[in-house]
Design a protein around this ligand. Structure first.
Ligand code: NAP
Length: 259
């Protein structure tokens, strides 16, 4: 007997999956689940980015109104599984999802890509927060490449002795460091491009969150090649007790196992 095609195999349960997105993985999961018979998939975005890359299928945009608002939404929309595919640093949303899942009894999976892994030659300084990164920076260099996202730039606003090149999807808002050049761009980025960027701007130290993912990893390779120190902000922990999948295949298989 031939095996059913996994990609088109129906999920018996759940019948409505909420994907908390805003990431490459969130969009890829929406693609992987798209068109499965009897399955409704809603992708949710925070609405932070002016022109977001929209997932396929049904999309809602904007906050739910805290954990209670999310719990209400899960009940009203008869959601029977949630995948938290938010960015590893979207700790507020992940916390809310854990509370809403506990309150409603809806199963919740965290889809979290692995973090960056150091290799020989890396000069990484691990810090617990952007504030700690700002404290460390003056001892490491004067021309800083900040790739920690638009919302993180404020943590460096008081560093008036340093020059910052900050890359973000949308323009950052004050408070901002006095010497700042903003580069509006979004990944994926190439190794050649990152090398050229670090050289052209005479960068001597890089700051990144431990976001993980192939789209933004080339800056770490380029920094290693150029012998530059990198300040890596460690991830907040995943809410305790939740199942975690490292990739889309793991999330699909978790959803299939709940059949
Ligand atoms: P956050 O601080 O964890 O969340 C703050 C609030 O934004 C949440 O309480 C929720 O509002 C709303 N929210 C966040 N993600 C949402 C989603 N997927 N759908 C609906 N509402 C959402 O989040 P953040 O760090 O600002 O990130 C916002 C979004 O950008 C996330 O979806 C994340 O995946 C994406 N992103 C974040 C980063 C990063 O570095 N933080 C990087 C790339 C992409 P309510 O309480 O009103 O529900």
């Amino acid at each position: 007997m031939s095996r059913p095609d996994r990609a088109s195999a129906p999920l018996h349960r759940p019948t409505h999956v909420l994907v908390l997105g805003g990431t490459t993985e969130g969009r890829a999961l929406a693609v992987a689940l798209d068109g499965r018979p009897g399955l409704r998939v809603t992708s949710s975005l925070a609405g932070r980015v002016a022109r977001p890359r929209l997932p396929v299928g049904e999309v809602r945009i904007g906050g739910f109104g805290g954990p209670e608002g999310l719990a209400d939404w899960l009940r009203t929309e008869a959601v029977d599984a949630v995948v938290d595919a938010t960015h590893p640093f979207a700790a507020g949303m992940s916390h809310n999802a854990a509370l809403a899942a506990a309150a409603t009894g809806v199963p919740l999976l965290v889809l979290r890509r692995p973090g960056f892994a150091p290799v020989a030659g890396d000069r990484w300084h691990l810090v617990p927060s952007l504030t700690a990164a700002a404290e460390l920076l003056p001892g490491l260099g004067r021309r800083v490449f900040l790739s920690s996202g638009r919302q993180g730039i404020a943590a460096f606003a008081d560093l008036d002795g340093l020059h910052f090149l900050a890359r973000s999807v949308d323009p950052p808002e004050p408070p901002l460091p006095p010497s700042l050049q903003v580069l509006l761009d979004r990944g994926p980025f190439t190794l050649d491009g990152e090398r050229a960027l670090l050289r052209e701007h005479r960068i001597d130290v890089v700051v990144t969150k431990d976001s993980g993912g192939a789209a933004t990893a080339p800056k770490l390779t380029a920094a290693r090649e150029l012998g530059l120190p990198v300040v890596v902000v460690e991830r907040p922990p995943v809410p305790a007790g939740l199942p975690v999948a490292p990739d889309v295949a793991g999330a699909v298989s978790w959803l299939e196992r709940s059949a």
